[in-house]
Design a binder for this molecule. Structure first.
Ligand code: GZL
Length: 315
């Protein structure tokens, strides 16, 4: 009898060891690949999953929320250990988050936010403070121009937290300067192509931009498209018209080093490590997880752009 008992004990121990060593499976629903920042974000999550031997199921939604919701439902059906969502817009998430909760699968929100009142529908959100990014961009511009500036704004995706909050932070600062005003504002959907197209239209409507002091873009991709449009309108971006943005992608550092752009607030794309940390903590029983984990970034200008570009382009 003793032999059977020690055998089953040994098998149970073996099973636990194998189980705990088994890789976890995480489903990740990503917005798309609309910007250099987004692709760095995706690559960093994939590299981190590989480093930790986590099985990552990656889904690119091509900017469509219905594709994100389909992907999350598929992750639930596959019984993944955890789900990460980088939501394209804030609204429309309650039903599928309820389904994940019913399936007892923890959900981590990355970057932009979801507009749900019931905070138990997700484990935590890991993101930058977009309002602060808008404030920093505006404070730089007000300092640079003495608060005397007519501005064209390229907004991000309508309904996306990054667009809503960057606009909020920027407007909060310029409201203190009577001679600072956004004269035109339109969405460039966070892409370079659309940013150029919208900037061309705004310049045409504003006497080719001759009286415009600055372009404020919610991300570098749109700013880079805007810079093309400013050049084609016969103006010198970075000089005739200042350019300030957010993200800190290598191409934008190159534009600043070339004198075509002036400042950007860097956005950390490395959200994989903190996300997997919090998932592993939760799966190991930790229930003391903050509802918001913020990342930070610095404001960069032309002064250090060339050396910063070398560092980033080399990666
Ligand atoms: C903001 C993020 C934005 C980036 C853009 O955190 O959602 O989406 O600023 C990207 O580059 O499109």
């Amino acid at each position: 009898m003793k032999i059977i008992q020690s055998l089953t004990g040994g098998l149970a121990l073996l099973f636990c060891l194998v189980q705990s060593a088994a890789a976890i499976t995480v489903g990740f629903s990503q917005v798309g690949s609309e910007s250099g920042w987004r692709t760095s974000f995706s690559e960093s999550v994939k590299a981190e999953a590989k480093r930790r031997s986590i099985e990552l199921k990656f889904s690119d939604a091509q900017q469509k929320q219905e594709n994100q919701i389909k992907a999350v439902r598929s992750f639930i059906a596959q019984g993944v250990d955890a789900i990460m969502i980088a939501p394209v817009v804030e609204t429309g998430w309650k039903p599928v988050l309820r389904e994940a909760k019913r399936a007892r699968i923890p959900v981590v929100i990355l970057d932009r936010n979801v507009d749900v009142k019931n905070a138990s529908l997700f484990l935590t959100r890991i993101a930058s403070d977009f309002v602060e990014e808008g404030r920093r961009a505006a404070n730089w511009l007000m300092e640079e121009t003495g608060g005397n500036c007519s501005i064209l704004e390229l907004q991000g995706t309508v309904g996306a937290t990054a667009a809503i909050d960057r606009m909020k932070g920027f407007n909060e600062v310029i409201a203190k300067y009577p001679n600072a005003k956004i004269v035109r504002s339109q969405t460039g959907e966070f892409t370079r192509t659309k940013g150029k197209e919208v900037m061309e239209a705004m310049l045409k409507a504003e006497n080719s931009g001759k009286d415009i002091c600055a372009l404020w873009a919610h991300n570098d991709e749109m700013a880079l498209g805007g810079i093309q449009a400013i050049k084609e309108a016969g103006l010198k971006p970075g000089a005739d018209m200042l350019v300030v943005s957010v993200d800190g992608v290598p191409d934008y550092f190159k534009a600043m080093a070339d004198g075509d752009a002036n400042a950007t607030v860097e956005l950390n794309p490395h959200l994989g490590a903190p996300a997997f940390d919090v998932i592993e903590r939760y799966l190991n029983g930790d229930r003391k997880i903050d509802k918001l984990i913020t990342t930070t970034g610095d404001l960069f200008t032309q002064e250090t752009a060339a050396e910063e570009y070398k560092k980033r382009a080399a990666k």
